[in-house]
Write a protein that binds this ligand. Structure first.
Ligand SMILES: Nc1ncnc2c1ncn2[C@@H]1O[C@H](COP(=O)(O)OP(=O)(O)OP(=O)(O)O)[C@@H](O)[C@H]1O
Length: 356
């Protein structure tokens, strides 16, 4: 049977479904379970972030997705087609369905910007005029129309990544896989690249898989997030929900750089001995976070609490609040149940003898 025809048929059948589906994927290296039963989906049109510490299995996952690594067991479907059993010849068209961008851009220094962008089309056998026309279209999309004849060495890091994005999109992939694509860029350039990715996601309905250790990247543009730890999915969900109430210890630790933390001079005084003041950590997200939380608290507990630290952030247009309150120890339980009734999650972090 013509594999091109079956490929097309499988793609058409999966058009309305998920772009990628992994079910119970396992891959060991000796004693190390790099992927230990990973099940996840990337839905068409979404931006999914995958985060995890070094060694969590992110690179192994990427290599399994582009067929460079074969799982020991489990299934990987791309646009409805199971790929784990495919040979090299059948993997080629699959690889073209995934456009990739990298931390160090991977541009060819001896080729011009337009030649770099057109390269995947040259490999596919497009005639020169057509591929240069497509390159021009893509360079306009990424805001680099004037740089077609420039060489990579003449570009800034942000411009190089724009070229990388244009090249990744050349063959109209089903998915853009971003492998730490902003890790080598300064914060301002990172923001401009993220804005571009979000823009392309909206304009073209492009599905994006972001593999990153930068929480800001996921907070900035992802719809959903999956957290990997030691080869397992330990948490997943809409970004605002996971970032407002991380449940797994790994997620809490990964997010510690972007969530308000109890100031160190107060944390240093915390003890497990009940007495003095209790220090409560309060997470409240969604509509409840912009409601009259403090007005209500002041009425219910007049003079009975102090705000130590915290604030309200906005993720995916949802308010995400995190506060640290000091409360007389004998009032802690009733105050905690009051804010829990408003939809907050409360944790007693410990007690301090004096005013902290
Ligand atoms: N080819 C290999 N041989 C032996 N062990 C490997 C191999 N590839 C990965 N591993 C191990 O599998 C685990 C997962 O590695 P992987 O590179 O996928 O993690 P990662 O999340 O990408 O880490 P990083 O963020 O540091 O790149 C690690 O413990 C790693 O040492």
């Amino acid at each position: 049977m013509n594999s091109h025809v079956t490929w097309k048929a499988a793609s058409a059948a999966a058009e309305e479904t998920d772009v990628i589906r992994l079910a119970d994927v396992r891959r060991r290296f000796g004693e190390t379970a790099a992927l230990d039963g990973v099940t996840l989906t990337v839905r068409r049109g979404e931006i999914l972030g995958i985060i995890g510490r070094s060694g969590a299995g992110k690179s192994t996952l990427i290599r399994c997705l582009n067929g460079l690594e074969r799982p020991d067991s489990g299934t990987i479907e791309i646009e409805g087609r199971e790929i784990t059993g495919l040979g090299e010849a059948d993997l080629q068209p699959l690889r073209r369905r995934i456009g990739m961008i990298f931390q160090h851009f991977n541009l060819l220094s001896a080729k011009t910007v337009e030649e770099n962008v057109a390269l995947p089309l040259k490999i596919e056998g497009w005639p020169k005029a057509k591929r240069l026309a497509r390159a021009a279209e893509l360079l306009e999309l990424v805001g680099l129309s004037g740089k077609a004849k420039a060489y990579p060495s003449e570009l800034s890091g942000g411009q190089k990544q724009r070229v990388g994005i244009a090249r990744a999109l050349a063959a109209k992939p089903a998915l853009l896989l971003s492998d730490e694509a902003t890790s080598a860029l300064d914060p301002e350039t990172t923001r401009s690249i993220l804005t571009l990715l979000k823009d392309i996601n909206r304009k073209l309905g492009l599905t994006i898989l972001l593999i990153t250790h930068e929480m800001e990247v996921v907070r900035g543009i992802a719809d959903r997030v999956t957290v990997l730890d030691a080869g397992r999915v330990v948490e997943e969900g809409p970004v605002w929900q996971v970032f407002s109430r991380p449940q797994a210890e790994t997620t809490r630790s990964l997010l510690s750089s972007i969530r308000p933390q109890l100031p160190a001079h107060i944390a240093d005084k915390l003890t497990a001995d009940v007495g003095g003041e209790a220090i409560l950590g309060i997470d409240i997200a969604g509509p409840a976070a912009t409601g009259p939380l403090f007005e209500g608290l002041s009425q219910e507990f007049p003079g009975g609490y102090r705000l130590n630290h915290g604030g309200v952030d906005h993720i995916q247009e949802q308010a995400v609040g995190r506060f640290f309150l000091a409360v007389p120890a004998d009032k802690a339980a009733s105050l905690a149940s009051y804010v829990e009734r408003l939809g907050a999650q409360v944790e007693v972090l410990g007690h301090v003898a004096d005013h902290a």
